[in-house]
Design a binder for this molecule. Sequence first.
Ligand SMILES: [Zn+2]
Length: 214
Amino acid sequence: MRLLLFGAPGVGKGTQAKLLSIKFNIPHISTGDILREAVKNQTELGKKAEEIMNRGDLVPDEVMIGIIRDRLIKSDCQNGFILDGFPRTTKQAIALDKLLDEMNINDLKLINIYADEEEIVKRLNNRRACKECGKIFTLSEIQDKDECPNCHSRTSFYLRDDDKEEVIRKRLEVFRKNTEPVLTYYEKKGKVISVNGFGDIEDVNKKLLNALSK
Ligand SMILES: [Zn+2]
């Protein structure tokens, strides 16, 4: 099973990708995670990506395509994968098609998780990350807590730049402008499955599995 998970930033697609990864025993490949890791390690790519992401912009296509190629040729992708955060432009989608063609893969499906934009802004603005372990919590989860439930660091919660309202709105705008054509691209190929992302994690997951079994 080869899946692309598609949806605006903050729609909860990362969480759904992890659940599908466990269910079908295929790797969840999050380009966001790969990039954040590079930023943390301050690699050459990481430094470049950090500057771009802090502006709320997208990392250049050629950088992203290189990262994806390196990842998909690894042996754990033999029986499938879930790509999360890629492709974000039609140019990337065309490059991905070319790569999959070379790999003789033709069963790709795009899962489109959609949600209301104001709901997304509210949801992201209510998140706090732990400076030490990187785990993300909702405000209600850490209410009255001054230590991280995951790593027990004290006063380590902060609002990530990515989750600030101004940056979220910019990212949503970039998303609309650059990535909605990707959806159209795959719709024309008849490869899109759309699921409403509003609701709790389990409900959305059930809807997803149901749609995939059809
Ligand atoms: Zn922590």
